[in-house]
Ligand binder design. Structure first.
Ligand code: PLP
Length: 382
């Protein structure tokens, strides 16, 4: 079986975790700020806040920018549910907008049409690992006085222009789930240059308490005050030790992902039925996913058939994502409807995520390409 993604753990990762397990601090200890410092430095920003998941990171960011009941928050149709759910938990209404047909990134023209006096924030998604059009998003957010939150769970290490993506949005969110670029088991982080937002997110992560257990201990005091709403969204020290060890390898892994993508790109040039998503030329795409569109022709197999046959052959293809507006929850909760995002809905019928992960060998990529080629041929489509 070739999975669509997979994590990598070596002895140095294991040693790093074990050494923290033998130390005094399993949580709220020194590895947290060490990991946060490393993530902030890698992203070229002032602050990183490490939390228990990408989902809790999105909740923290939404709370920090002040999203509250009655607000509207713009999200793209092609994403994972967690992009919208943090804002929903705070009482906001997600406005699900369409995506660009060639990249499946949020369509800035669609955003502008949906901005109302109630709009509070745009939550964009660097789908598959390709940065959004950040300049257009930043300009739009500034023009309408909105916050820009970036769900960059696919895009640790990505660049827009010559800048790391973390510097452009007000808050940029990463996930360290095993399927993502680096892992802490479960985990996530928010990066920002804004010290007020950073402070609020730190509090939200820790029950709304200003000083943490570690600080109280060293200061020799029992006193604390809950000054704001918050939860336990903390990450542990042994997870941060794993994250630090993984982060050392991220550039090598991104390089390998980009090589695999080039190999796929070259192969699909001669298979007209398979069209990779477009990559903009001013970005560093980090390929969390390698997504293709299966172009129909009456005598060729379509996406559903290709999906089933490849799975039977042991090739772990997947589909990312079912558009948000097609899920029962968003239809029931915010009146989302089939038909409201025609580009996303049409793309959803055709997209397929192919296996891509750093330890995938050239021969594995050949197997995937060969299997697809046998089904949809090398014949010209038109
Ligand atoms: C993985 C992911 C999340 C959630 O991250 P978790 O760490 O699994 O909670 C959110 N948004 C997107 C786009 C993701 O891919």
């Amino acid at each position: 079986m070739i999975p669509y993604g997979r994590h990598q753990i070596d002895q140095s990762d294991i040693d790093a975790v074990v050494s923290v397990l033998k130390s005094d601090w399993l949580t709220t200890g020194p590895k947290i700020s060490e990991f946060e410092g490393a993530i902030a430095q890698y992203s070229g920003v002032n602050y990183a806040i490490a939390v228990s998941s990408g989902t809790s990171a999105l909740h923290c960011a939404a709370y920090a920018v002040g999203i509250k009941p009655g607000d509207e928050v713009i999200v793209p149709a092609i994403t994972f549910a967690a992009t919208a759910n943090g804002a929903i938990a705070l009482g906001a209404k997600p406005i699900i907008v369409d995506v660009e047909p060639d990249t499946l990134l949020i369509d800035t023209a669609c955003i502008e049409k949906h901005i109302t006096p109630r709009t509070k924030a745009i939550i964009s998604v660097d789908y598959a690992g390709q940065p959004c059009d950040y300049q257009a998003l930043r300009d739009l957010a500034d023009k309408h006085n909105l916050y820009l939150i970036s769900d960059s769970c696919h895009a640790l290490g990505a660049e827009y222009g010559n800048r790391t993506i973390g510097k452009i949005a007000d808050a940029t969110v990463f996930s360290f789930h095993p399927i993502k670029h680096i892992t802490t088991g479960e985990g996530g982080a928010i990066v920002t240059d804004d010290d007020v937002l950073a402070k609020r997110m730190r509090r939200f992560r820790n029950h709304g308490i200003d000083v943490d257990h570690h600080h109280r201990n060293t200061a020799g005091t029992w006193f604390y005050e809950v000054v704001d709403l918050g939860f336990n969204y903390r990450i542990t020290d042994f997870q941060c030790a794993l994250g630090l060890s993984q982060l050392k390898k991220v550039e090598k892994w991104i390089g390998r992902r980009r090589e695999i993508a080039r190999q796929y790109d070259r192969a699909f040039q001669s298979i007209d039925a398979i069209r990779p998503l477009t990559v903009r030329n001013n970005v560093r795409h980090v390929y969390h996913l390698y997504v293709v569109s299966v172009e129909g022709r009456v005598d060729l197999p379509k996406r559903p058939e290709l999906f089933s046959v490849l799975r039977e052959m042991g090739i772990g293809v997947n589909v990312h994502y079912i558009p948000l507006n097609l899920h029962p929850f968003y239809q029931r909760h915010v009146g989302a409807q089939k038909g409201q995002c025609p580009v996303a809905e049409a793309a959803y019928e055709k997209i397929l995520s192919l296996p891509i992960f750093p330890t995938m060998r050239e021969a594995d990529v050949d197997v995937v390409v060969q299997s697809i080629s046998e089904m949809v041929g090398r014949k010209k489509l038109f």
